[in-house]
Design a protein around this ligand. Structure first.
Ligand code: PRX
Length: 649
C-alpha cells in the first residue's frame, strides 16, 4: 500500500454495521456466534474441522483430522476423496443436477451456459482424453488458457484422475511459461490458439510454441480452438481439443485420491528471482475452499455469483472453480477486458445476469472511479447484495465509492486478506455480523489464529505495526514448495520460530480489527499482481545493454504500485528513449506485460552499502519523489544519491 494509503487508513473511524435483513438470513448472524465458532476452532481444531469434513465425499474415511509435524501438515490422514467428485458428482443426485454451474460470456459477446450435469459430462470426457494420452496420477500438466469454460474443465479433469495441474496465467510470456513447465517437469501442455482481450487476440499458441522449444519435458500439447486464426500445429505433438473430445468416453469415474495427494501447483513470486511452485493438496484445500466460500460470501442456491479474477491466479482457483463448485453455486465467468466494447461492460453483465455477489480487486475499482460514474449509472445494479475485495488493501476512498456507487449503500463489503500460500481467505469480515471499517480486513476466520509480532517473535502492543504471522495450521495451507522443502522452511518458518510468516505488515487496533499494511519483503503488488523486484531485475539484466538494474515499487493511483527501474548501462551503450522502449519490450517478452516498468531511469551508479548491497529504501524514496528520511550513513558513495536526485541521464 502507498504511504498515502497507510496514512488514510490510520485515520479511518467510520463503522458500518451489517444490514439487519442480511444478518437475519446469514449463516453466521452475530458476533457472538462468530466468536464462539472461532474459539472452538482455536481450542479444538480437530473437532471443529472433523465435523465439517462430513460435507465431503469420502471413498475411504480418514484416520486422524490433523497430524502436525511442523512445518508439514497432514490433514485427514489416510482418507481418500476426490476434488472433482466433490465439485460435480455430489450434486448429480440432488436437484442441483440441472442447476447452472457456469454462465460464461466471451469478450465478443458469445454466451455458454453449463449445468452441473453438462459440466460433469465435459470433465469426464476430457479426463478420458487425458488418460488416453497416458497421463497418470501424479503427472504434472501445465495449463495456459484464456478465461473459457475449457479452463475449469481441464483443471477438474486433472483432479478427477489425480494429475497435478499448474495453471499459468495467460498474460505471462513464453519465457515465464517455459520456466514453470520446467520447474514442474510437466508432461503435457493444454492451451488455446488464442484468447480475446480488448478486441485483439492474445497469441497463446504462438507463445506456447516458443515456450515448448525450451520445455524438454512437454511431450504433447492439446490446443483448444477459440480465436480461429491460423496457427502452427506440430505433427505428433500438437492435438486439437475438439478432435480428441469427439469420441471420448463420458464414463470416467473419479479416482480415489489420498487426502494429501497434490491437487495443483501455482507459481508465485517470492523474494528471489525464481518463482516458487506453491503446492496445494486434496482434502484440506477442498474443505477450506468450500467453507470459506460459504462463510465469507454466504452463498445461497438462488445467488448468481461473479468473481472477476483470472483463473490463472489463486483467487480464480479457489473462488471461481473449487470453492463455488463445491458449494453448488451458479458462477458467472467472463473472458475479456472491462472496457470492451465500452467502459460499462461489467455493469452490463451484472444487470443482464442479475448478479448478486461481486468479488473483485481494488485496482479495478480505482480504474472505474477514473473512468467516471456515468458508465455505472447507466445500469440497474439493484440485484447486488454483497461485494468483495481482494489482492491488496482497499483504500477508504475506493471502499466508499464501491459501497455507495456499486453497492447502493446496502451491500456489505468483505475485504478479504489471503495469499496463494493460504489456499483460501484468512482474514475477512463475515457479511452477516461484522461491523465494517473501510480499509480493514477485520477479523480472522474460524480456524485462523493470527498474531502481529515484532522481530523478536513476540506480539506487539495494540496499534503498533509488526509482522503478520499465523500460529496454527489450517486445512487450506500450502504443503510446501514444489521440489524445495528447504525453501519452504526458510521462507515461511524460520524468521519467527513455530509460526507461519505471511510476509505482510499489519497492526491490530483497540477493537481487535486487523489492518494490513503492505509487504515486508521485496515483493511488489502491481494491480493486485504479485511480482518480485528481482524477477524484474533479472529480466532487465538479461538484455545486453544493461550492466546492473534495481527495481522498486512506487505509489500509483490506479495500480497501487508501479515499477520503477534504475538501470546502469554496459560499455558502449548510451541512454535514449529508444533504448528505454527496447528494455520495456524486453521485460514484456521475458515475463509479460504485467512486469513492464512504468519508469526506467538511467544512472551511472546505484546507491550501495559498503558491503555492496543496493539500498532499495533510498531508491524507493527517489522513485516516489520523497525526501530520504532514513539513515544513509552506510552509503558507500554519497554523490550517487545526489546524482540520482538530480535525475541524471
Ligand atoms: O500483500 C498481501 C496482498 O497480496 C499478497 C498475496 O498475493 P497473492 O499470493 O498473489 O494472492 C492475492 C490474492 C489472494 C498478500 O501477501 N493482499 C491480498 N489481499 C489483501 C492484501 N493486502 C491487503 N488487503 C487484502 N485484502
Amino acid at each position: 500500500m502507498s504511504q498515502a494509503g497507510i496514512v488514510n487508513v490510520m485515520k479511518e473511524t467510520r463503522v458500518f454495521p451489517p444490514p439487519p435483513e442480511f444478518s437475519a438470513k446469514a449463516r453466521i448472524k452475530s458476533m457472538e456466534q462468530y466468536r464462539e465458532m472461532w474459539q472452538r476452532a482455536k481450542d479444538d481444531p480437530e473437532g471443529f474441522w472433523g465435523e465439517y469434513a462430513k460435507e465431503l465425499h469420502w471413498f475411504k474415511p480418514y484416520e486422524k483430522v490433523l497430524e502436525w509435524n511442523e512445518p508439514f501438515a497432514t490433514w485427514f490422514k489416510n482418507g481418500q476423496t476426490n476434488v472433482s467428485y466433490n465439485c460435480l458428482d455430489v450434486h448429480l443426485n440432488t436437484w442441483r443436477r440441472n442447476k447452472v454451474a457456469y454462465i460464461w460470456e466471451g469478450e465478443p459477446g458469445d454466451v455458454r451456459v453449463l449445468t452441473y450435469e453438462m459440466l460433469h459430462r465435459e470433465v469426464c470426457k476430457f479426463a478420458s482424453v487425458l488418460k488416453s494420452l497416458g497421463i497418470q496420477k501424479g503427472d504434472r500438466v501445465s495449463i495456459y488458457m484464456p478465461m473459457v469454460p475449457e479452463l475449469p474443465i481441464a483443471m477438474l479433469a486433472c483432479a478427477r484422475i489425480g494429475a497435478i495441474h499448474s495453471v499459468v496465467f495467460g498474460g505471462f510470456a513464453a519465457e515465464a511459461l517455459a520456466e514453470r513447465n520446467n520447474d514442474a517437469q510437466a508432461k503435457l501442455l493444454i492451451t488455446a490458439d488464442g484468447g480475446w482481450r480488448r478486441g485483439k487476440i492474445v497469441p497463446l499458441k504462438e507463445n506456447a510454441d516458443r515456450a515448448m522449444e525450451k520445455s524438454p519435458t512437454i511431450q504433447k500439447c492439446i490446443v483448444l480452438k477459440r480465436t480461429g486464426q491460423e496457427i502452427n500445429m506440430v505433427d505428433g505433438r500438437d492435438l486439437w481439443w475438439h478432435e480428441l473430445m469427439k469420441d471420448a468416453s463420458a464414463n470416467c469415474p473419479a479416482e480415489p485420491m489420498d487426502s494429501e495427494a497434490p491437487l495443483f501447483l501455482l507459481y508465485t513470486s517470492g523474494s528471489t528471482g525464481k518463482p516458487k511452485g506453491v503446492k496445494h493438496t486434496t482434502a484440506g484445500y477442498n474443505l477450506y475452499a468450500k467453507k470459506t466460500m460459504e462463510w465469507v460470501f454466504d452463498i445461497r442456491d438462488e445467488d448468481v455469483y461473479w468473481c472477476t479474477a483470472d483463473i490463472g491466479w489463486i483467487t480464480g482457483h479457489t473462488y471461481i472453480v473449487y470453492g463455488p463448485l463445491s458449494a453448488g453455486a451458479t458462477i458467472v465467468m467472463y473472458e475479456g477486458a472491462p472496457d470492451w466494447p465500452g467502459y460499462d461492460r461489467w455493469w452490463d453483465i451484472i444487470e443482464r445476469y442479475k448478479v448478486n455477489i461481486l468479488y473483485t480487486a481494488p485496482t479495478a475499482i480505482r480504474t472505474f472511479i477514473k473512468w467516471g460514474d456515468e458508465h455505472v449509472e447507466k445500469h440497474d445494479l439493484s440485484s447486488l447484495r454483497l461485494l468483495g475485495s481482494v489482492g491488496e488493501g482497499i483504500n477508504p476512498e475506493a471502499w466508499m465509492w464501491y459501497y455507495e456507487k456499486i453497492g447502493g449503500g446496502r451491500c456489505p463489503i468483505v475485504d478479504t486478506w489471503w495469499q496463494t500460500e493460504t489456499g483460501g481467505i484468512m482474514i475477512s469480515p463475515l457479511p452477516g455480523c461484522t461491523p465494517l471499517k473501510p480499509g480493514s480486513a477485520t477479523f480472522p476466520l474460524p480456524g485462523v489464529v493470527p498474531e502481529v509480532v515484532g522481530e523478536d517473535g513476540k506480539p506487539v502492543p495494540v496499534g503498533v505495526g509488526g509482522w503478520l504471522v499465523i500460529t496454527q495450521p489450517w486445512p487450506g495451507m500450502l504443503r510446501g514448495i514444489w521440489g524445495d522443502d528447504e525453501r519452504y522452511k526458510r521462507q515461511y518458518w524460520s524468521d519467527v520460530p513455530h509460526k507461519y510468516l505471511a510476509g505482510d505488515n499489519a497492526r491490530i487496533d483497540e477493537d481487535g480489527y486487523i489492518w494490513i499494511m503492505g509487504r515486508i519483503d521485496d515483493v511488489l503488488n502491481v494491480s493486485g499482481h504479485r511480482l518480485s523486484t528481482i524477477e524484474v531485475e533479472s529480466a532487465l539484466v538479461s538484455h545486453p545493454a544493461v550492466a546492473e538494474a534495481a527495481a522498486v515499487g512506487r505509489p500509483h493511483e490506479i495500480k497501487g504500485e508501479a515499477i520503477c527501474a534504475f538501470v546502469t548501462l554496459a560499455e558502449g551503450y548510451e541512454p535514449s528513449d529508444a533504448l528505454r522502449q527496447e528494455l520495456k519490450n524486453h521485460v514484456r517478452q521475458q515475463i509479460g506485460a504485467l512486469a513492464v516498468p512504468d519508469d526506467i531511469r538511467f544512472t551511472t551508479a546505484l546507491p550501495k552499502t559498503r558491503s555492496g548491497k543496493i539500498m532499495r529504501r533510498l531508491l524507493r524514496d527517489i522513485a516516489a519523489g520523497r525526501e530520504t528520511v532514513g539513515d544513509t550513513s552506510t552509503l558507500e558513495d554519497y554523490s550517487v544519491l545526489a546524482r540520482l536526485r538530480a535525475g541524471e541521464e
